[in-house]
Design a binder for this molecule. Structure first.
Ligand SMILES: [Zn+2]
Length: 274
């Protein structure tokens, strides 16, 4: 699933590509992804509207239009947004093609069909529950070691489960939670409430570090993730623990283990992570 670094990479690509473009025809092959409004209304009313800026909140992409409405896209498991200069031939996983007046297009492609699309006035974004309940962005001043410590102290869950909660911190998923915990030397199954402030400082720094590096490498492509030009990320070549089971730990040489924490496949070093 695309996490913060992948969605941020797409956001940066789209910001450079889409600003100023005006929507024309909207082709819809699968309308199940459109949650707000109806597919028909989207097709009738989106044409003629102009894109101003592209933002990101957690794993949501927010395409702002000149009339103070926002096209919100969540890629979930396998969603892709591909920018096309010329004619695009849809395949069976192409669900929507947003054409622009200048002949370019933005294609929404989604094998598993979990991706979601909303179009609504900026003041009504609260209607999207997953968006309105998001916790702080990892790079915002609200997210820091003290905040993480306060959240961890009052939770009964494992620290990994806490990091995956979008209401606590926006944008982390399975890959970067495992990578950050490895760098911080903390076992993913540790009860969150047992972390001390010093460990929360390390974890906070590791989260910011790993996200920054992954953005630099344009995200991690294990299977479906593609940037807006259809290209792969490269951070899969820099993973230290995620899906590295049975390989030697880069720090101590012991084998990396795989287990299940918070219902998710989880990778850690039993010797370096306490
Ligand atoms: Zn180790």
């Amino acid at each position: 699933m695309p996490e913060l670094p992948e969605v941020e990479t797409i956001r940066r690509d789209l910001a450079a590509l889409l600003g100023g473009r005006i929507f024309a025809e909207v082709e819809i092959y699968y309308s199940g992804s459109i949650k707000i409004p109806t597919a028909t209304r989207l097709q009738q009313e989106l044409p003629g509207r102009k894109i101003t800026t592209i933002n990101r909140r957690g794993k949501y992409l927010l395409i702002h239009l000149h009339d103070d409405t926002v096209l919100v896209i969540h890629l979930r498991m396998t969603g892709q947004l591909l920018f096309c200069e010329h004619n695009y031939s849809p395949d069976k996983h192409t669900h929507m093609v947003f054409h622009f007046r200048d002949g370019t297009a933005l294609v929404f492609h989604d094998v598993r069909k979990f991706g979601t699309i909303y179009w609504l006035p900026a003041h009504a974004l609260g209607q999207i529950k997953g968006l309105s309940t998001l916790g702080p962005e990892p790079f915002s001043p609200e997210f820091n070691a003290d905040y993480l410590f306060a959240q961890a102290k009052r939770r009964k869950t494992s620290i990994k489960a806490l990091l995956l909660k979008q209401e606590v911190i926006a944008g982390l998923g399975n890959i970067y939670a495992d990578e950050a915990l490895y760098r911080a030397g903390i076992r993913p199954d540790r009860p969150a409430s047992t972390l001390n402030l010093e460990e929360c400082k390390k974890l906070y720094q590791s989260i910011c570090e790993v996200l920054n590096e992954a953005i630099y490498w344009r995200g991690t492509t294990m299977s479906d993730y593609r940037d807006a030009a259809g290209g792969r990320g490269a951070f899969q070549n820099h993973l230290q623990v995620y899906k590295q089971n049975d390989k030697p730990c880069l720090r101590c040489g012991q084998k990396i283990h795989r287990t299940v924490v918070a219902g998710r496949g989880t990778y850690f070093c039993p010797s370096c992570q306490k």
